[in-house]
Design a protein around this ligand. Structure first.
Ligand SMILES: [Zn+2]
Length: 131
């Protein structure tokens, strides 16, 4: 097995495992109602209406699976799942029904960088402060 692919496969496996949350009170209709106000969570993986569709490359399938991320990241040579923006099921700490932009994000796991959508929101926030 190619070492880079092996490392990526382990990373995807780890991130997939850490993204499986117990369905609990955080993941009820309250989170689904909040979805419309949160820029990094979507109730749809539809390319036409996805909030961050401008960041999704045409070759990324929607909805996006961790395996899609691994395949695409491998193809573009980064070997890092964080570089693929799509719509991965498991947003808002829910395992089903809500989508997130990337496999990992600081908003989801400490120690991970922000995803592209959260980076954009952060930049907008600081740009407003600077005015
Ligand atoms: Zn994010």
């Amino acid at each position: 097995m190619h070492p880079r692919r092996s490392k990526s496969a382990r990373r995807v496996s780890r991130l997939s495992a850490s993204s499986t949350y117990e369905e609990d009170e955080r993941c009820t209709s309250a989170m689904h109602r909040r979805e419309s106000t949160l820029p990094n969570i979507s109730a749809t993986a539809d390319r036409q209406t996805l909030k961050w569709t401008d960041l999704v490359k045409p070759n990324v399938p929607l909805p996006t699976t961790p395996e899609d991320v691994l395949n695409l990241a491998g193809m573009d040579g980064h070997g890092n799942g964080g570089v693929v923006v799509g719509a991965l099921e498991g947003g808002g700490y829910c395992t089903k029904g809500l989508f997130r932009p990337e496999l990992s994000c600081l908003m989801r796991s400490d120690g991970e960088p922000f995803c592209a959508v959260c980076r954009r929101e952060r930049d907008k926030f600081f740009a407003k402060l600077a005015k």
